[in-house]
Unconditional design. Structure first.
Length: 641
């Protein structure tokens, strides 16, 4: 199947836009290799002795010989959070599988893992977005010992997977496989859970009833089963070729889950620079795989958080994408899945209906994914149109073709009979800036709202007015000072039930904010991530109560209908942000707030790759000049033989 012309056009402009920074990145990657030798071969005897001092004798012998691979385990394990709790026993499975392959696995380091579900509406939420870059830095620390020839990354939730991948890409010469923990089994339906939340917001359900409903929904080990950022992460890792096929949605504590983990460990030993299948993560993540990730996000109605995370991930690999790319692809990518909040089903239902392999095959056949990419299995994405099963006798994993027919047309459809012809995510822009809207769960009649502004500087101010009965009207809530520079860009889920109730009551309502709504964005129109944010001179700081605001997903409009002379005579609003900068550890994150890029650039705190000094010596010993193509000019680097 020929590629869709829009997919080709978007990919080509990303390649052109990224030429210099991608070339610099590839030069850095090549410079960091020790071609054909274990990475620890560059260490002194003292360095190496420290690196294996506590290991069993047989493992120590393997590491001493400097012939076999050492595989890093980088994990987000903690036992408070359901998604990460299963990772407790993964290292044991991994170490045994790697030993059987004749190599050694070492637990290189842990990374922090916070849960937006726990911190939602709390001060800790203001650390959430920046935890992504903290995780990336923690990953770099784990790998900084230079002992490792491949790495297995154990992560699953919102900021953890993007942070791990950003960190991994800064060690782009090291092969990487992502190892998910899987979703919890299905509990109370998402539709029932949402209904209880709305009743509670109306004062029609007690706190005890609300807690009982939440506990029946979030009831065991594994990821939350709705299609928020955590499960969007898993979809993206699969389509980017960083998972074993179909690994994303196998539940924890099952034989198949364990066998997939062991298989990932064995595969990691096969793709190091010591053999004939060297597959570094910096080659897996390229311009085409990033485009594939955007397509997968759109076709499944995934989390809007990835309009931040994917630009940041791409940036780490020297690739530049923006919201125009998302918007243009969304116009031609059909919606193939309906998973809550875009439907009633959860990810377990999605997996049972055909899952990730079904989606990948449908998109490849429709010319909407690049097949000519490198994955952890080698060349070609079509290898990932598979579903895993236990092997003979319940041992090992066998991969079979994904089903040709959806198991449930209410959850998963083919590309020629989609739920809608577009991906349901649009860019809106105007005199208020640029923003993202997720409309896949918003009814057509609600996608355009023109109403007076009501301006708020916090969720708490909004909720106080809602509870006081002041919001029973048509309005556009303008919630400002919620960007990354202001307070770390917390998610604003506390507003969702209230706005949904007002919309259900017949009011025309919308939200415009420089904050986030994430994968739980639902049926109320919301223009989010408005850039530039107020603290970067953004126009939300010029809006006043009563200004007519137009939010129009159909035309891509985000506009304050205010006379130009009046608009330009206004001064930017000010706010005391001290309460968001003190307490709950927020003082420690001042450096992030002070250096973060715009939301459209990924809200990132790290620089783009820049050309390296071509005279740099890398690992000592004899060096040979090597030319690395990929930018406007070739970079001459020296690498050890």
């Amino acid at each position: 199947m020929a590629l869709h012309p829009v997919l080709e056009q978007v990919t080509e402009r990303i390649i052109k836009r990224s030429r210099a920074s991608r070339g610099a990145y590839l030069a850095h990657l090549e410079a960091a290799r020790i071609n054909g030798r274990p990475q620890r071969g560059s260490l002194s005897c003292t360095n190496l002795a420290h690196g294996f001092a506590a290991f069993p004798a047989n493992d120590k012998l393997v590491l001493k010989e400097v012939k076999k691979a050492s595989v890093a385990i980088v994990s987000s394990y903690n036992d408070m959070l359901s998604a990460h709790q299963p990772f407790e026993y993964f290292p044991k499975v991994i170490k045994e599988a790697v030993r059987e392959a004749g190599a050694v696995a070492q637990f290189a380091g842990g990374v922090p893992a916070m849960c937006d579900g726990v911190t939602q509406g709390q001060p800790g939420m203001e650390l959430s977005l920046f935890s992504r870059d903290t995780i990336a830095m923690s990953t770099a620390i784990a790998l900084s010992h230079n002992m490792f020839d491949a790495a297995l990354y154990l992560g699953i939730c919102d900021k953890i997977v993007p942070g791990l991948l950003i960190g991994a890409l800064h060690f782009g010469h090291v092969p990487a496989i992502f190892v998910p923990g899987g979703p919890m089994t299905s509990g109370l339906s998402n539709k029932e859970k949402a209904a209880i939340r709305q009743r509670y917001a109306q004062g029609k359900a007690t706190r005890e009833e609300l807690l009982e409903g939440e506990a029946k929904s979030y009831h065991g080990s594994g990821t939350c089963t709705f299609y928020g950022t955590a499960n969007s992460n898993q979809m993206l890792m699969e389509v980017m070729g960083l998972h074993l096929p179909g690994a994303a949605f196998i539940t924890p504590f099952t034989e198949l889950r364990d066998e997939l983990t062991a298989a990932a460990a064995r595969r990691a030993t096969q793709i190091t620079d010591l053999g004939n299948e060297y597959i570094p993560v910096g080659h897996v993540v390229d311009e085409k795989s990033i485009v594939n990730a955007i397509v997968a996000l759109l076709t499944t109605g995934g989390s809007t958080n990835h309009t931040l995370h994917l630009p940041a991930i791409a940036r780490a690999a020297g690739i530049l994408i923006d919201w125009d790319d998302f918007n243009d692809l969304s116009a031609v990518v059909p919606l193939l899945a309906r998973i809550y909040p875009n439907g009633d089903a959860d990810v377990n239902h999605f997996h049972a209906a055909g899952g990730t392999g079904f989606v990948i095959r449908e998109l490849l056949d429709a010319g909407l994914l690049h097949d000519d990419v490198t994955t952890i299995l080698g060349k070609g994405l079509r290898q990932h149109c598979k579903e895993p099963f236990l092997g003979e006798g319940g041992k090992g994993v066998v991969f079979k073709d994904s089903p040709a027919v959806s198991g449930d047309d209410n959850v998963l459809r083919t590309a020629d009979a989609p739920f809608s012809k577009d991906g349901g995510m649009v860019k809106v822009e105007g005199n208020l800036g640029r923003a993202i809207m997720k409309v896949s769960a918003v009814k057509v009649e609600h996608r355009t709202v023109e109403a007076p502004a009501l301006v708020f500087n916090s969720q708490e101010d909004f909720m106080a007015d809602y509870k006081a009965g002041k919001l029973d009207r048509d309005f556009v809530a303008v919630l400002r000072f919620q960007g990354p520079r202001a307070n770390g860009m917390p998610e604003l889920h506390a507003l969702t039930p209230a706005l949904a109730n007002l919309q259900d009551a017949g009011r025309k309502v919308a939200l415009v904010t420089d904050g986030r709504m994430s994968g739980a964005s639902g049926k109320v129109p919301a223009a989010i991530h408005v850039s530039p944010e107020v603290l970067a001179g953004g126009a939300l700081g010029l809006v006043r109560d009563g200004d007519i605001i137009r939010v129009d997903a159909a035309t891509g409009t985000l506009e304050a209908k205010v006379d130009s002379s009046v608009w330009h005579s206004r001064a930017l609003a000010q706010a005391d942000l001290t309460p968001s900068h003190i307490g709950m550890g927020r003082e420690l994150f001042a450096m992030f707030r002070n250096s973060v890029t715009a939301a459209e650039e990924g809200a990132a705190t790290f620089p783009l790759p820049s050309p390296i000094d071509t005279t740099v010596e890398l690992h000592g010993g004899d060096n040979v000049g090597n030319t690395v193509p990929g930018s406007d000019e070739d970079f001459l680097v020296k690498k050890a033989p």
